[in-house]
Design a protein around this ligand. Structure first.
Ligand code: ADP
Ligand code: MG
Length: 222
């Protein structure tokens, strides 16, 4: 479902050239749950941004589904981002003055869907937050906020869920709960790629890909 071939990405900062991605090739099949691990600065977020079509590689090919991302129009790329990919971030990235329900509805409203409310309620139900729909983020715990973010990520029924350190701001117990939620979603057929630098989180995934200095140094399957 995902095919990445020789992805390179460099940044230039104050005259210094940083090889954030230094030739990444990988294939991820539909239905997999994969952890991307590696030290801070190893290129994990850069890779996730490219997989999420938030950024483009300098060179290399990225195929999602049947489509080569470099060949898409800006409009089609925005559509892929909005409908085929769900994002979960370490810092939740919820809008503060909006209820959980409104936060989850948002991607559907952007897509012009009329059934936004029903679908958002359903997604909040999946993450176990039926009784917190009217709460704003400030009225929710960290774990509940991340559940809202997961609901927002799945509400468009994306083919791929990308999560960048989704448990990074949560305590161990809450992090485990969120991982159980991701495992449930994966058991229901969703493809998930998540970044973590904690081994016990990575151990929830069937496959682990370890990055070092922008290269894959280890890739193993449980
Ligand atoms: P990770 O998520 O594994 O911590 P990143 O992908 O964020 O790593 O970063 C990889 C490398 O690229 C790091 O050395 C980082 O400092 C550098 N980098 C990331 N984004 C930028 C940017 N926008 N400008 C310059 N350097 C960057
Ligand atoms: Mg990062």
């Amino acid at each position: 479902m995902i095919q990445a071939e020789s992805l390179f990405k460099t940044y230039t900062l104050g005259g210094e050239i940083i090889r954030a991605l230094d030739g990444i090739s990988m294939t991820i099949n539909s239905g997999e749950m994969v952890a991307i691990t590696g030290a801070s600065g190893s290129g994990k977020s850069t890779l996730m941004h490219i997989l999420g079509c938030l950024d483009q590689p300098d060179s290399g090919r990225y195929i999602l589904g049947e489509e080569d991302m470099a060949q898409l129009s800006q409009n089609r790329l925005a559509e892929v981002r909005n409908r085929q990919i769900g994002f979960v971030f370490q810092t939740f990235n919820l809008l503060p003055r909006m209820s959980a329900l409104e936060n989850v509805e948002l991607p559907l409203l952007y897509a012009g869907r009329k059934d936004a409310k029903e679908r958002a309620e359903e997604a909040l139900n999946v993450v176990g937050l039926s009784d917190r729909m009217r709460h704003e983020p400030s009225q929710l715990s960290g774990g509940q906020r991340q559940r809202v973010a997961v609901a927002r990520a799945i509400v468009s029924d994306p083919i791929l869920i990308l999560a960048d350190e989704p448990t990074g701001n949560l305590d161990t117990k809450t992090g485990d709960d969120i991982m159980a939620l991701f495992s449930d979603l994966n058991n229901n057929g969703r493809t998930i790629i998540m970044v973590t630098h904690e081994q016990y989180i990575a151990d929830h995934c069937q496959r682990q890909i370890c990055l070092k200095d922008g290269q894959i140094v280890e890739s193993h399957v449980k």
